[in-house]
Design a protein around this ligand. Structure first.
Ligand code: PGA
Length: 248
């Protein structure tokens, strides 16, 4: 499976000028990397100014569960699609933590995004070192009423909460831990969807990924890609991460 490397810029950068500049640097840097899919998930406010192409796709970091209507401050998947947004991150642990987003809400958002033909980067993770009950719950409830035919539009992210943005104190997951997480998730998916479909699920890893550790996660960890937060804020480091992934 061709690996996918996704930048999650979170609430960065602060200016439109920098967002455009960084996006263009990344576009130039990855345009000749053929065997990796590359995506940048940018804040809503910048999306209409970023021009995907040359192998770089555009993603958002959230969406609402209706197409239009009286929902002050919300952004719909149809509006995102209109801006050439191909992907959306849903279920991120930071939204659960800071905005109290529930798995039921995430489920509604996933359904709406898929209906608007947007690929969903569905994050699941737990506080515990071993993958456990929380992940099972997030997958089962988060995927309620998702049709088998839409399965190929889903990217699953194994994102242990304790491993996010920890580059400073170096508590990162090992490739062996990500393999376990991936296996655990696949076994749950086999119970939700048919076995063959679940076998083909794209499961990627997120949590302090950078150019130095990505190869380990892809090769030894057997992940199908990476979600890169902090390390994607330096466009050159993100390009290096994509190029390292191409070598895995
Ligand atoms: P990080 O973030 O790479 O800074 O750990 C990953 C994420 O939360 O998407």
């Amino acid at each position: 499976m061709t690996p996918i490397i996704i930048a999650n810029w979170k609430m960065n950068p602060v200016t439109l000028v920098k967002s455009k500049r960084d996006f263009e640097i990344i576009k130039q840097g990855v345009k000749n990397v053929k065997n990796v899919k590359t995506v940048v998930c940018a804040p809503f406010v910048f999306l209409s100014n970023l021009k995907p192409g040359s192998g770089l796709a555009l993603g958002a970091q959230d969406c609402f569960y209706n197409d239009k209507g009286p929902f002050t401050g919300e952004i719909s998947p149809v509006q995102l699609r209109n801006l050439k947004t191909e992907y959306v991150i849903l279920g991120h642990s930071e939204r659960r933590k800071y905005l109290g987003e529930s798995t039921e809400l995430v489920n509604q958002k996933i359904i709406a995004a898929l209906a608007a033909d947007i690929k969903v980067i569905f994050c699941v993770g737990s506080e515990t070192e071993k993958p456990g009950k929380e992940i099972k719950y997030q997958l089962e409830k988060g995927l309620k009423n998702i049709k088998e035919k839409d399965f190929s539009k889903l990217i699953f992210v194994y994102e242990p909460v304790w491993a996010i943005s920890t580059t400073k104190n170096k508590i990162i997951a090992t490739p062996a831990q990500t393999t376990k997480g991936c296996l655990y998730m696949r076994n749950i998916l086999k119970k939700i969807f048919n076995k063959k479909t679940a076998k083909e699920a794209r499961i990627i890893y997120g949590g302090s990924v950078d150019s130095k550790n990505i190869k380990g996660f892809l090769k030894e960890g057997k992940m199908a890609g990476g979600l890169v937060g902090a390390a994607s804020l330096n466009p050159y480091e993100f390009i290096r991460t994509v190029k390292e992934a191409a070598k895995a």
